[in-house]
Design a protein around this ligand. Sequence first.
Ligand SMILES: Nc1nc2c(c(=O)[nH]1)N[C@H]1C(S)=C(S)[C@@H](COP(=O)(O)OP(=O)(O)OC[C@H]3O[C@@H](n4cnc5c(=O)[nH]c(N)nc54)[C@H](O)[C@@H]3O)O[C@H]1N2
Ligand SMILES: Nc1nc2c(c(=O)[nH]1)N[C@H]1C(S)=C(S)[C@@H](COP(=O)(O)OP(=O)(O)OC[C@H]3O[C@@H](n4cnc5c(=O)[nH]c(N)nc54)[C@H](O)[C@@H]3O)O[C@H]1N2
Ligand code: SF4
Ligand SMILES: [Mo]
Length: 717
Amino acid sequence: MTASPSIADGTFPSTCWECGTICGSLVTVKDGQVAKVGPNPDHPATRGAFCVKGILGAPGWTTHPSRLTQPLRRVGTRGEGRWEPLGWDDALDVMADGLASVRERFGPLAIAGAVSGAFFSRGLTVALLMRSLGSPNWLINQDLCGGCRALSDRLTGLAIDRGEDIDATRCALVVGRNPSAADPAQWQALRRARAKGARIIAIDPKRIPVADIADLWLRVRPGTDAALALAMIHVLVTEGRHDREFVARWTHGFDALAARAAQYPPEVAARLTGVAADDIVRAARMYADGPSTFVSGHGIDAFSAGVQTFRAYHGLVAISGNLDREGGNRRVKRPAGYRTYLDLLHHPDFRLPREVEERTIGADRFPLWAGPRGWQMACHNPSVIDAILTGEPYPIRAMYVSGVNVVVTYPNARKTARALASLDFLAVASQTMTPTAELADLVLPKTTTLEEEEVSLNPAGPCVTYTRAAVPPRGQARCDLDIAVGLLDRLEARGAIAKNFFRWRTQREFCDFLLADTTISLDDLRTRGFATYPYRLGNFDEQGFNTPTGKIELFSTTLDGLGLDPLPDFVTPAAEREGHDAGAYPLVLLTGDREKAYHHSRFREQAWARRMSPDPELRVHPETAAAHGIARGDWVWVETSGGPGRCRLRVELTEATPPGVVSTGMGWWFPDAPVPDHGAFDVNVNAAMSYDGPWDPVSGSADTRGLRCRLVPVPAA
Ligand SMILES: Nc1nc2c(c(=O)[nH]1)N[C@H]1C(S)=C(S)[C@@H](COP(=O)(O)OP(=O)(O)OC[C@H]3O[C@@H](n4cnc5c(=O)[nH]c(N)nc54)[C@H](O)[C@@H]3O)O[C@H]1N2
Ligand SMILES: Nc1nc2c(c(=O)[nH]1)N[C@H]1C(S)=C(S)[C@@H](COP(=O)(O)OP(=O)(O)OC[C@H]3O[C@@H](n4cnc5c(=O)[nH]c(N)nc54)[C@H](O)[C@@H]3O)O[C@H]1N2
Ligand code: SF4
Ligand SMILES: [Mo]
């Protein structure tokens, strides 16, 4: 079942959606198998950019011998690794019984879903499945990803997600973004722009490849960017380089922002950030000589002051007038009639009663994140882990984890595992057996991105882009929507749902629904792989700003109303706050370096990827290594201040990482290491990190970098 009705041999335009870049692809199918995946040079968003994960990773795990091809039921104790295969009918009955029983005993709110990848249909599917059960509780890992940026974008009213017009810019301000590893489309565009004479400013503690092609590289101290951005605002304002007309017409709170920025003149910011005052002034002037585009990344997101840091940079974008103009940051605009997944999440037709939504875990403390006013109306994830373990504010007793490897990718791996293992019922849908799936009662085999259809909006095009189900699902694998629909039928038969929110029974019907009110036809999309639509820059009169004042809120009336700081401000980074013993933990830890071979915890089973990147590395400056008596290739334990345990990493020496700072990737585990954790408690940095806060007061994000740490040599075996 599932997939596209018309699977055939040939070469087809499609879209890789292994990551959020969603690159236009060409997929060649021969004898019913994927023979080749490569870039589509005609795709308007990605213009031939592509990466090895799309070329090798996606086909590699589609056919990998370790691929899950049938449902599995746990036999023996949890995490023991003993399973028995069963058919879908039985599997969905087991799942419906498990969920119905928890619902009966504890109520619908005791069931939570978990997913990642906010902008794919699987997120909506999990959210609507939970809502159908009557639970507002679903976890999406955006607090660890782009959540701070998204909340700032929303509060400020810019709506510039993925709208960097790099090709037409005169200056790209690249902040906390490592495009050469994370985003091939941005990386190609930056190099094209550079060749045409555009200037690049890189703001990054590490000398990453974009720093090497930059005109100006500011080596900021981790976690201090808000001061840098405020100082740049101050320079623009005092030198009269801001866009007065734009500011007067479209923004709210300019004077207040200017007054706040005045507290951070370049000399003050220099002390806080470690960047020379002259360089801050040069960067500000270079950026002011636009059009300029702001290219931001995870390096300033997912930490306990992430929203205010983004608010500072977003303020810079706004006062310089670089919004929705050629070479600036385009606003997200949909084709007429198109509704994004986020629109559907908020649409009244798909909502639970407000009093139920208000009980979403975390809505009481992070109302702009969780609950009815929340960005995605999803839970505050660390509070869900706590609720499972403590029963407070109310018990969570069952989960459906579909599309996220929480044991590996959430901070505090052991605690997450302990929480999952204590549930009354856990089902996990995945393509391969993961440390998360190992703890389940029921494991469901999932299709890969080459076996399923997807329609999504890519604001970078801008275009609507199409993923073809190029080959039939392997074995009995099913897509997320098929699993949800089959399950709902059974829950309905057991009287265990609140309301069936699914208006679609197949992925094809869902794709049709997305396009129904547009002029784009699915057939055209299938033929070309994408559809562009009319897009008008600077149409502020026609499409205003979605804020209480209807203007770009440099001063946030929403934050003010909640008693939070309405203006961006510098917050002392976690590593420098009181309570840390800097003597015992002398180094600062960055995590999440993107690796070309892996997508987070994915593709760990593939031989080519393991050859490219065999061990979890800790990148250390030679001076730091010398001071610690460690050498390249040594294994060290990393322990963080206030952390729950340690993890084991292999030392790599590099001058790219500044002295006193060490950096590593994330997502490490080995499919061939022993069950249940497969090394996720050993070689995974999240085994050494806490998820307990401090949390960003707006998004609830925890610090995934800028933590104090120490290294302990692992004795040679
Ligand atoms: N190959 C590959 N590509 C991926 C992914 C993957 O797993 N593998 N994951 C995808 C996903 S989901 C995401 S979210 C993106 C993330 O990709 P990016 O947005 O590029 O984020 P990171 O690589 O985490 O960090 C980017 C840079 O931020 C810097 N940084 C750290 N702290 C600070 C700071 O305080 N200030 C500043 N200015 N910079 C800082 C780091 O040194 C690093 O160079 O990558 C996506 N692309
Ligand atoms: N310490 C630290 N932790 C981090 C980060 C960091 O920088 N530092 N980065 C954070 C970031 S930015 C992110 S985005 C997260 C990523 O965290 P995850 O989303 O957990 O990362 P993946 O490894 O991509 O895991 C996705 C899982 O879902 C399954 N899967 C993939 N596609 C589908 C699908 O369509 N349906 C279903 N049902 N399953 C699917 C795969 O088998 C895989 O096990 O990690 C976060 N964690
Ligand atoms: S960057 Fe790589 S993994 Fe991400 S969508 Fe493009 S080809 Fe796929
Ligand atoms: Mo992410």
